[in-house]
Write a protein that binds this ligand. Structure first.
Ligand code: SF4
Length: 505
């Protein structure tokens, strides 16, 4: 499964960097202050003991998830094993309905929009499922210069984006110093009144002092996905002599991030590497460990599904590939098991499936207008540049088309970044999400940021539906639920028409 040997040749500079870092990583692992929270035998036993749950058991877990929501409590591992093994289609309908109910209860009917920005593809690792793995000679790798990052940001801002997830390979050309420089560049770039207001990161795990540096330039959430929590599978797809091959180093990557002062952290799994039921329990154990050690659960959970990548056979031959039916179940179970977390559904999935799963899974965040080729936004005209992409996405709609679709289905598109800038992060954010009051801010800020989009970037048809249907609908909601906030939002909407921007609560 692993692409070893002659094809995996690092340059002397890359090898030196990798080896030095690997030695430090090994040292950290040897003295690690934590004990692994993944108990393989316990997870397997839970799944085996609950292969045929009775209807009343599933209904009891669904009820428990509803009762947990206003208290911000997660389900227990056994509950997740019960849900994952539920087969009755009628029960699944009840589960989907509950996922949507939880999402409405915590966040309201808004969808937060972001764009992923791939700034570097060289990587010293050789993960069997990744188009950017070092041994894949079909990819033309590159690390964007600061000028190129500026071009990308201008293209993104030009269509209305306000939040990013910036993605880095693990390589000396994109180490934590480059990360800091690139984030500063993103924040400093303007295009007219447009700007990026929140930068989240998806990158390799760092040392605590490196996290401190990255934190100091004002990042939002730091994402490290374990890819698979199953030890044997992890070993099979990540060569042992690579940085990514160090399971425990990665497993506690976000514990170190929180030690280093990062406020929000995000977890995820690459579904398709191993049994999806096992991985759900892995995610839950991860969230429980973060809560236990720091009192802060994951800000978001992602569930990317393995999709085809250039010259990467595992992406189409893995025996654990997840079909659409099970994928919908995964998203809904994430919602029930961790009611307060943000839930991210990406453009890997097709437009019809995304449309279906937003509601069934209680999704709260989505990327839109996505291009994942390094340098791909400046080349907006091309939907795919396979030799520059880590994998292939299927939802290539423009941001405006995506937003119009959301509006047609009654959602409030939101570019809100206020939580981070108003200090509602980490330990300050959790009580709001856990007690389901964060939606008051979500809806108010969603309306204001959507109005900015309508004024500055929308096509005529999106402006029409946004102005006549969506904004009035959500203003009515605010009037009914938080009238004080509603009148302040009305005032700010007028201010926005007078060209004021970035008004938020
Ligand atoms: S998955 Fe990440 S670490 Fe692994 S080869 Fe790809 S970019 Fe590198």
């Amino acid at each position: 499964m692993i692409d070893e040997g002659a094809t995996y040749m690092l340059s002397p500079h890359e090898e030196r960097w990798r080896n030095e870092r690997l030695a430090r990583v090994m040292k950290w692992q040897a003295a690690m202050p934590y004990k692994s929270f993944i108990d393989d035998r316990q997870i397997q036993a839970l799944l085996e003991d609950n292969t045929q749950p009775e209807t009343k058991e599933t209904l009891a877990v669904i009820e428990k998830a509803r009762a947990n929501t206003p208290k911000g409590i997660m389900l227990a591992p056994r509950d997740v094993a019960v849900l994952a093994n539920t087969k009755d289609p009628e029960l699944w309908e009840a589960l989907f309905e509950t996922a949507d109910w939880i999402k409405q209860k915590v966040y309201g009917n808004r969808i937060v929009l972001f764009a992923p920005l791939y700034v570097s593809s060289p990587c010293v690792n050789n993960c069997a499922y990744c188009g950017f793995r070092h041994g894949n000679r079909s990819i033309r790798t590159r690390t964007l210069s600061m000028d190129e990052i500026e071009q990308e940001i201008k293209a993104l801002v030009d269509v209305g984006h306000k939040r990013l997830i910036v993605v880095y390979g693990e390589h000396p050309s994109s180490d934590y110093r480059y990360m800091c420089k690139s984030i500063q560049k993103v924040y400093a770039t303007r295009n007219g009144t447009g700007e990026i207001r929140r930068v989240n990161i998806n990158a390799a795990p760092l040392f605590t002092d490196e996290y401190e540096e990255v934190h100091s330039v004002g990042i939002g959430t730091y994402q490290v996905f374990q890819e698979t929590y199953h030890y044997d599978t992890y070993r099979r797809v990540h060569p042992s002599n690579t940085l990514k091959g160090q399971y425990l180093w990665r497993l506690f990557g976000l514990h170190r991030a929180l030690e280093g002062g990062i406020d929000d952290v995000a977890i995820g799994v690459l579904f398709g590497l191993y049994d999806w039921r096992y991985e759900l329990l892995g995610l839950l154990c991860h969230a429980m460990s973060l809560e236990k050690e720091f009192g802060i659960g994951p800000h978001t959970i992602s569930y990317p599904r393995m999709v085809s990548a250039l010259s990467t056979p595992l992406t189409t031959t893995s025996p654990y590939l997840v079909n659409n039916k099970n994928f919908a179940k995964i998203v809904a179970i994430v919602r029930l098991m961790c009611p307060y977390t943000g839930s991210i559904l990406t453009a890997r999935e097709t437009p019809p499936l995304r449309r279906e799963i937003i509601r069934k899974g209680g999704v709260s965040q989505m990327d839109a207008g996505t291009r994942i080729a390094v340098g791909g936004y400046a080349e907006m005209k091309r939907e795919h540049i396979p030799e520059k992409e880590q994998f292939q996405i299927t939802d290539t709609r423009s941001l405006d088309d995506f937003i119009y679709d959301l509006c047609e289905n009654g959602y409030l598109p939101s570019f809100c970044t206020a939580g981070y800038r108003e200090g509602r992060t980490g330990a300050n954010f959790m009580p709001l999400a856990k007690h389901a009051t964060v939606k008051n801010f979500c809806i108010a800020n969603g309306i204001l940021t959507f109005k900015e989009y309508l004024l500055d970037y929308a096509s005529p048809k999106t402006r029409e539906i946004g102005t006549t249907v969506i904004i009035p609908t959500y203003l009515r909601w605010l009037n009914e639920h938080v009238p004080v906030l509603a009148s302040r939002v009305r005032k700010h909407l007028k201010d926005e028409e007078e060209n004021q921007r970035d008004l938020h609560f």
